[in-house]
Design a protein around this ligand. Structure first.
Ligand SMILES: Cc1cc2nc3c(=O)[nH]c(=O)nc-3n(C[C@H](O)[C@H](O)[C@H](O)COP(=O)(O)O)c2cc1C
Ligand code: SF4
Ligand code: SF4
Length: 289
């Protein structure tokens, strides 16, 4: 971490923006890094991004490698809200593969995501190989068949509640079980798991990586919105993670390290149908104080 005093203008903008208060001004009115706080640097890059003379360097970050010029802010609220309103979960897809360039654009967009603690904590597996998706389905379906059996056992219900928490327990009981009881995931007449989408994006992480759950969901949301901007449709699929986490064969198939945990996933492809209306939802309970 260093400041090149040959070109530093002493504007102190870096001091103002550092969220960890690592930068300060000494008695000679020079900006400097506080030795005793250097270890709490988030590597957010704010100090470098605000410096007009590129006088400041943090760890191994360089202006050439880690930064690019910010374009003009060119999106306004009417455009943005319209964009959000036209996104719908898409579960029926054209028989058309998703181009690699578009998937790369989605990855680029994900790299802009805010992150809780580790900026490289989330790993992404992109599956476009039809045969791999097809091969994964029987095991995923089996997971939900097994879950039906397990959930009848009061001891297992108790363990799920204790180990996975009340949120997961209620999701299984109130949301999944009614569908499982209708054999919704048995693949006999339709694929209600991956919906025959041409591609799947899976977000996973080491289970001990800080704030990885929140980070993965943010990455997934950005992926979903970026896909929408590229004319693609997506649906978040909560069903994939638990099955992949249970069966090592699925992790191998999707090239997910065995020690990693899947947090969330989306299916992605070209929408087969176009929606004419957006649903008005006023669900959020807002309190103004
Ligand atoms: C955490 C989460 C998990 C979801 N899991 C599934 C899923 O496994 N299968 C599915 O078809 N849709 C899934 N969805 C999509 C929701 O059903 C969908 O977002 C909701 O019906 C609202 O529709 P919209 O996205 O078109 O506004 C999930 C959504 C979220 C946020
Ligand atoms: S990169 Fe480190 S020193 Fe620079 S603003 Fe972020 S936390 Fe502060
Ligand atoms: S932002 Fe750059 S020029 Fe301004 S005080 Fe910090 S290092 Fe110096």
């Amino acid at each position: 971490m260093k400041i090149n005093y040959q070109i530093c203008q002493n504007c102190r903008l870096c001091v103002q923006v550092c969220p960890s208060k690592i930068l300060s001004v000494n008695e000679n009115k020079q900006t400097y890094f506080k030795e005793e706080r250097k270890h709490i640097c988030l590597e957010c890059g704010h100090c470098m991004a605000v410096c007009s003379t590129q006088a400041i360097t943090v760890n191994s970050m360089t202006y050439e490698k880690d930064f690019e010029q910010i374009p003009e802010n060119n999106i306004n609220y009417p455009e943005f809200i319209n964009f959000l309103k036209t996104r719908r979960s898409v579960r029926e897809f054209k028989n058309k593969p998703v181009e690699k360039e578009k998937l790369q654009q989605i990855i680029e967009a994900i790299s802009t995501a805010p992150f809780g603690a580790e900026n490289d904590g989330i790993s992404i597996s992109i599956i476009t190989e039809k045969s791999v998706i097809k091969k994964s389905l029987p095991l995923m379906s089996k997971f939900y068949r097994d879950l039906k059996k397990w959930f009848k056992n009061p001891m297992i219900r108790y363990i799920i509640k204790k180990k996975e928490g009340i949120e997961t327990f209620n999701t299984i009981k109130n949301h999944l079980m009614p569908m499982i009881n209708l054999n919704h995931y048995d693949l006999s007449s339709y694929n209600a798991i991956t919906r025959d989408a041409p591609a799947i994006i899976i977000f996973h992480s080491k289970p001990d990586a800080e704030e990885h759950t929140e980070d993965a969901h943010i990455c997934n949301t950005i992926a979903m919105l970026t896909a929408h901007s590229l004319g693609l449709g997506t649906t978040i699929i909560g069903l994939i993670g638990p099955a992949v986490n249970k069966f090592p064969e699925l992790k191998d198939l999707f090239k997910i390290p065995q020690e990693n945990k899947v947090i969330t996933s989306i299916i992605i492809g070209y929408p087969k149908y176009k929606y004419l209306y957006s649903v008005k939802r006023n669900r959020q309970k807002v309190t103004w104080i």
